[in-house]
Design a binder for this molecule. Structure first.
Ligand code: CP
Length: 331
């Protein structure tokens, strides 16, 4: 495997193979499998889970890693093509990516959406540039509209918690004081569709996922025998749900307009997941969230601290599935 950028680049069978490899690495550790191998990690944006789990995973397989956070002890990096570099950035990714790639056996990069132009973000223009500049295996640690490592970990969490392949999966918008990127909702939607689930996207007006993301997921669902629908009716969405996957994202109607987004979400503070959401409709539903989560803003304490929350298991599974990805790339 040379690239791990999008679950959609793989067949369902290839994903199931990766999940089986993750299980076997957990059952029978291979502490020397990646001895002498080195992973470079380039983080343009903050992280807790991705940073720690990739370093820990590489170490558990006998390899090593280095981390670069541009502007924090290392040069700020310019990402715009043809930029006149008379600002803060001392170095361009056109040099930095090939140089970093020359030091390691695989490179992981996190580069969030700019959040200004929806078409540019949907086109993954920055990550495509990074892809073209990297002559080593490349892992997407979260790009403008994708987070395949999170999606793979969430697939494993669904399997582990006994959620049926054909179960009902509700991806629900939840409140956050600021607009957040589309990467996790897009990747999560695609994962659940590819798993063959009955997927419902629950979101208030103004926050529909872009047609390109919905259509891509509908194609994956059709191939796997599942469905993808959307609604703003919480009661209907949650009826019979096996999973509520809570996620925050910004307005798509006024994408990039922070003031319009702020006006739209001003009345949406009640989109904080509470136990009463599940009453009657989905008493046994699991609560998933990729973390970090703002307690009592996006999800209430009573839910996060209760038995339906599997958020810490999702985070642990990041380590397990990423070891499988690294093993497939480098062993
Ligand atoms: N879920 C996730 O990617 O977490 P971090 O942003 O902490 O890496």
């Amino acid at each position: 495997m040379k690239r791990f950028l999008d679950l959609a680049d793989f067949t369902r069978e290839e994903i199931l193979d990766l999940l089986a490899l993750a299980q076997s690495l957990q059952d029978v550790p291979q502490p020397r499998a990646l001895a002498g191998r080195n992973l470079g990690l380039l983080f343009f944006n903050p992280s807790l889970r991705t940073l720690a789990s990739f370093q820990a995973g590489m170490a558990r397989l006998g390899g090593s890693s280095f981390v670069i956070t541009p502007g924090q002890g290392t040069w700020q990096l310019e990402t715009r093509l043809n930029a006149v570099m008379n600002g803060g950035a001392a170095e361009h990714i056109r040099e930095a990516i090939p140089v970093l790639a020359s030091y390691c056996d695989a490179l992981g990069v996190r580069a969030f959406a700019e959040g200004r132009n929806l078409d540019l973000d949907l086109g993954e223009s920055l990550f495509r540039t990074i892809d073209a500049l990297c002559d080593k295996p490349l892992v997407n640690l979260e790009s403008a509209v994708n987070h395949p490592c999170q999606a793979l970990a969430d697939w494993r969490t669904l399997d582990e918690t006994g959620v049926p392949n054909r179960g009902k999966f509700v991806l629900s918008w939840v409140y956050h004081p600021r607009p957040l990127p589309l990467a996790v909702p897009a990747a999560t939607l695609h994962m659940a569709a590819m798993r063959g689930m009955e997927v419902v996207v629950l979101r208030p007006p103004g926050f529909a996922l872009p047609p390109a993301i919905m259509e891509k997921a509908r194609r994956a669902a059709a191939a796997a025998g599942g469905t993808v629908t959307e609604t703003d009716d919480r009661t209907a969405a949650l009826a019979g749900a096996h999973v509520l996957y809570a996620k925050e994202w910004g307005t798509t109607t006024y994408y990039g307009d922070v003031e319009a987004d702020s006006r739209l979400r001003a009345e949406l503070g009640h989109w904080c997941v509470r136990e009463r959401w599940f009453d009657g409709a989905a008493p046994d539903a699991k609560l998933m969230h990729c973390l970090p989560v703002r307690r009592n803003v996006a999800v209430a304490d009573e839910v996060l601290d209760g038995p339906r929350a599997v958020v810490k298991r999702e985070a642990f599974n990041r380590l397990v599935v990423q070891m499988a990805v690294l093993h497939r790339m480098l062993a």
